[in-house]
Write a new protein. Sequence first.
Length: 256
Amino acid sequence: MNKLIVLDLDGTLLRNDKTVSNETIDVLLKFKKANNKILFATARPPRDAYKYVPEILRNNPIICYNGACILDNQKIVYKKELSKNDTLEIAEIAKKWGYNQICIEINDKLYSNFDTSEFFGNAPNQKVNLSEMNFEKAYKVIICSKKTISQNFVNSLPNSCKGIITDRGKLCQIMNREASKWISTKTLSEKLGIDINNIIAFGDDYNDLEMVRNAGIGIAMGNAEESVKKVADFVTNTNMNDGIAKYIKENILAIQ
């Protein structure tokens, strides 16, 4: 039976220097050659996802913005966005909680009300007055904070939204309530005719927890957050030690 592997990028597929080892690339190509499917799933926007996925693997679909859209051959085939009203309400709620550093992802561009270099390095963004922006929908709102973001803030968000605190508590990524890596994975697997039991998901951070828990087999990286390891069926090696390649070779290719 054909299998679908779902691979988070940062901390999972990517090493700490944001590269992918030749060993992992070779194993993934062998996996696909055996009539299996590959899906990438990341919080990153399309512009970054395609930058970090190795060129030889870019013909596989990619979930971006934590599930707010799916791209196939660089074309959007599925999306779940935030309305403008929800986006502006999120910004106002954040400010009431003292979180004043706010970013919005719209049409593969990052807009912010502050200098984002401390959080995102030299990633391009446009500094704007968010309340004066002319837009209809957004893929994601990102709240940035030097201090750990409170779960109580997340609980105060509109019911049409959901937030996930990541990056050791410094970021809160807010999407449409119906957007998640797992929902997008299920949507694509249904189109491919692949049963949930044949989905194998790899992840390391809180935004991977749902897909690791619900996939037929959920794999936590050795460097994963403890909460991800607790719901996983298996803990593989780290992102620095070819954890994905080791699991696939020993548990899938060796059997197929």
